[in-house]
Design a protein around this ligand. Structure first.
Ligand code: F6R
Length: 241
């Protein structure tokens, strides 16, 4: 794993956006793997700046998101579909028909998950995937546990993730208890993975990820097994390594 430690959130976001710009410029119909949460908002702002500056064009770009709460409607302002529209898609010339976020209203979740894997394959795989890290080391919604799932699946959120995400909801009780998420193997299909971490709150997770112990108790630690991963983190997130 390549590691780049920068001063702060802004530098992390710019460095990540430069990697995305490189991929999009080299191949204008590339496939982006996207995430939600606080971490990639700065990256998306930089991508919007690059688009407005004429550096990148999203006309043919396709995107696949990692995860979505379940159940949730796409127009719910806490859904990840709503998030993506708000923080990126509405501000660039991407065709929304080319943007895929797991369906938080899927009736048959098994069929949906199998179809999502086929979709990723039919797009030719993901060229560049951005990941944030949960404080407990989760990636996507692959939570620490005795086992991890390889492919897209319905999962239960852990208490710590429900608590961390409750900041966006009226109360903890309103946070959905389940999510649809790409699995570890689906994430590993990406040709390049960019992991972002910012702030002291992520320091324990970054330490565990880089400890050298590869364990399902820290799903992010498995990323050490992928051949093209870069961690871009600020000094605060790297402070315990
Ligand atoms: C979001 C996702 C999650 C977040 C993680 C960190 O699509 O898959 O794994 O990346 O929970 O969230 P933030 O960035 O809000 O700290």
């Amino acid at each position: 794993m390549q590691i780049k430690v920068v001063e702060n959130y802004e530098e992390m976001s710019r460095a990540a956006a430069d990697l995305f710009a490189e991929i999009i410029s080299a191949n204008n119909d590339c496939v982006l793997g996207l995430a939600t949460g606080d971490t990639p908002i700065g990256l998306y702002n930089c991508m919007i700046d690059d688009y407005k500056a004429g550096k990148i064009d999203f006309a043919k770009v396709k995107s696949v998101n990692l995860d979505e709460y379940y159940p949730i409607a796409p127009d719910n302002d806490q859904s990840y579909r709503y998030f993506m529209n708000k923080y990126l898609f509405d501000s660039v010339n991407i065709d929304k028909k080319n943007t895929y976020v797991p369906d938080g209203q899927a009736k048959d979740t098994d069929a949906f998950c199998a179809g999502y894997e086929k979709l990723i394959n039919s797009l030719g795989g993901i060229d560049i995937q951005v990941l944030g890290i949960g404080r407990n080391g989760h990636i996507g919604f692959n939570e620490p546990g005795a086992e991890l799932h390889p492919y897209t699946h319905l999962t239960s959120l852990t208490d710590s993730t429900i608590e961390a995400n409750s900041r966006f909801f009226a109360s903890e009780a309103d946070v959905p208890k389940h999510a649809l998420t790409m699995g570890i193997r689906s994430i590993f299909k990406a040709r390049k993975i960019v992991v972002l971490a910012s702030g002291e709150g992520k320091a324990e997770a970054v330490k565990a990820m880089l400890s050298g112990n590869i364990s399902t108790s820290c799903p992010a630690s498995l990323l050490c097994l992928h051949s093209d991963v870069i961690l871009i983190c600020d000094k605060a997130a790297y402070s315990l390594v």
